[in-house]
Design a protein around this ligand. Structure first.
Ligand SMILES: *[C@@H]1O[C@H](CO)[C@@H](O)[C@H](O)[C@H]1NC(C)=O
Ligand SMILES: *[C@@H]1O[C@H](CO)[C@@H](O)[C@H](O)[C@H]1NC(C)=O
Ligand SMILES: *[C@@H]1O[C@H](CO)[C@@H](O)[C@H](O)[C@H]1NC(C)=O
Ligand SMILES: *[C@@H]1O[C@H](CO)[C@@H](O)[C@H](O)[C@H]1NC(C)=O
Ligand SMILES: [Zn+2]
Length: 530
């Protein structure tokens, strides 16, 4: 552990700056060798403060901003392609802190440069604060649902095996709408490909936990008979079986232990083998180098499962000499290579899924690093596509109880204690959470006092947890709105404050897919949107 921590610290220091540079998909080695001349925080802080003392600095920047706004032209082209990026658990405070982590409050994540932004209301049908399953149904299928359910409407309560069998309760994603219109579709995630967010593209389930047959049978018993687990739906389902690209983690849900020791299925099936047998040119890959050697012109459909469960954190990949997992940007690049030959265009869903997972463990450094990884993947996708025909939307499913507070000096380390002490005489951190397991580590129950954060064991390393106010086994999601960033055809539709489930309808409008009103409907464009 000690060695990994040291490596992680090194990786952290070296890779932070590469985030601000437009993603060039350098080899990971290059990424580590690359050190921005302004990496030294004291230098950067000095420079930026000095410029900011002059009125002209602020006036010039504002003039530039207004000019840019005036030059904006509404793009009412039909969107041939749609890419939806999801930062799971990426609330507004996470975005602000990620800029400091990148090296300065004045920096921008790639998608913060998009011309149109809005706010999405994330509550689900039965909860004030939602989970990633109900929200996936909302931002992919366009219908709000109950907590824990995916691709089904709110007639279905979580865990209701019988109601799940009734297909009239199923709802379909913008991925299917695109497929039905002759486009291709795909998904990329850093979590298990059967996890809550990506499942919204292709699955219908009364419980997000039913990722393999063992879990489904355990919960439903005899009622499981007509039902399919999520992994099976990905390989053989109506939508899953038509996806051109599926990349992420989660091997364990696709095999029996006899085929792969990591497998958790009990039905004896080897789903990746079945996938390869479905059609010539279907390819299954397990490693980064295999992914990179895939030739788009020689591949029909591509399944990549790079880890047993979720993929590792980017900082862990960097620190591991034996790493065989691709980065989010690398997976995005390969997915686009495969999809770009599609004459009718495509829908691609890309999830940075581990922002959420690190926040649940109050590991803020990792959450911010994963946010920067998403930013790199978005920058790359925008570079590889045209604003004229490709709509890119970047959003989150929900926030977290993550908070950024105190009056830290500009350019200081966002993870170090504030200069002044709290009223108990101890220091405090700018980053904290309203709840989470780390409560126990930052509060001494014997002495009934806080632990001095400066003396916290593990302070400074990548796995450092940040303090929480209420002791909870897992830090929870937050209920405030999340941002939506849009670029490309009809991006201006995404401004304002709206319900999260409007997102796929607006994407469908722009691309002329789905059963609702679209930009290709003459009267719609002329009367309401001209
Ligand atoms: C299926 O669900 C629909 C809508 O909720 C309902 O009207 C119908 O009766 C259900 N069918 C069965 C067989 O339960
Ligand atoms: C696919 O493209 C590569 C170059 O990227 C080329 O070497 C190869 O021959 C092509 N394969 C086919 C089947 O056209
Ligand atoms: C904060 O408290 C520590 C002791 O815990 C003390 O050494 C330090 O001087 C205090 N700093 C301020 C600014 O009060
Ligand atoms: C709490 O204080 C006691 C007594 O000083 C000490 O033994 C214990 O390790 C402390 N616990 C934590 C979580 O700091
Ligand atoms: Zn979560």
């Amino acid at each position: 552990m000690w060695k990994l921590r040291t490596l992680l610290l090194l990786a952290l220091t070296l890779c932070v700056w590469s985030a601000a540079v437009p993603a060039q998909l350098a080899e990971q080695q290059d990424e580590m060798d690359y050190m921005h001349p302004e990496l030294k925080r004291t230098q950067r802080s000095f420079r930026s403060n000095k410029a900011e003392q002059r009125n002209e600095y602020w006036l010039q920047a504002s003039r530039q901003h207004i000019l840019q706004k005036l030059q904006q032209v509404r793009n009412t082209n039909r969107a041939k392609n749609i890419i939806l990026f999801l930062g799971d658990g990426m609330g507004l405070a996470t975005l602000a802190a990620a800029r400091s982590y990148m090296g300065g409050e004045e920096l921008q994540l790639s998608f913060e440069q998009f011309p149109h932004t809005g706010l999405s209301k994330t509550y689900c049908v039965d909860k004030m604060v939602p989970d990633s399953a109900s929200t996936s149904t909302s931002y992919l299928c366009g219908v709000k649902a109950n907590y824990g359910t995916i691709g089904v409407n709110a007639h279905i309560q979580r865990g209701d095996c019988v109601a799940m069998a009734n297909a009239s309760n199923h709802v379909y994603s913008v991925g299917k709408w695109a497929l039905d219109a002759g486009k291709a579709a795909g998904l990329v995630t850093t979590t298990r490909v059967t996890h809550a967010s990506p499942s919204g593209v292709y699955a219908h389930t009364a419980d997000r936990e039913w990722e393999n047959d063992a879990r489904l049978n355990e919960a439903c018993g005899a009622a499981a008979q007509p039902l399919n687990d999520i992994a099976l739906q990905l390989i053989h389902g109506e939508v899953g079986s038509r996806l051109k690209v599926m990349l992420g983690g989660g091997k364990r849900n696709f095999f029996d232990p006899e085929h792969d020791s990591k497998g958790q299925r009990t039905d004896g099936r080897d789903l990746p083998a079945e996938f390869e047998q479905l059609a010539a040119g279907n390819v299954y890959v397990k490693k980064r180098n295999q992914l990179q050697s895939i030739k788009a012109n020689e591949t029909n459909r591509l399944l990549g499962l790079f880890s047993k469960s979720h993929m590792h954190y980017h900082l862990e990949q960097l620190a591991d000499e034996k790493n065989t997992e691709p980065t989010l940007a690398e997976m995005t690049q390969k997915a686009l290579e495969l999809l770009q030959s599609e004459q009718q265009g495509y829908f691609l869903f890309v999830e940075g899924g581990k922002i959420d997972i690190s926040h649940h463990d109050t590991m803020a450094r990792i959450a911010l690093d994963e946010t920067v990884e998403l930013s790199k993947a978005v920058a790359l996708a925008r570079q590889l596509t045209s604003e004229q025909d490709t709509l890119i939307v970047v959003t989150s499913d929900h926030s977290h109880t993550f908070s950024l507070g105190g009056y830290q000096a500009r350019g200081s380390d966002v993870f170090s204690p504030a200069k002044s002490n709290a009223s108990d005489g101890k220091s405090y951190l700018p980053i904290s959470y309203a709840n989470g397991k780390s409560f126990e580590e930052y509060y001494n129950m014997t002495l009934h006092e806080r632990v001095e954060p400066k003396e916290f064991p593990g302070a400074g390393d990548a796995y450092q947890v940040f303090p929480a106010t209420a002791p909870l086994e897992s830090e929870t999601h937050g209920g405030e709105d999340v941002a939506v960033f849009a670029s490309g055809p009809w991006a201006h539709l995404f401004s304002g404050v709206y319900e999260q489930n409007a997102i796929p309808h607006m994407m469908a409008f722009a691309a002329c897919v789905g059963a609702g009103q679209t930009a290709c409907d003459q009267s719609a464009s002329n009367d309401a949107f001209a």
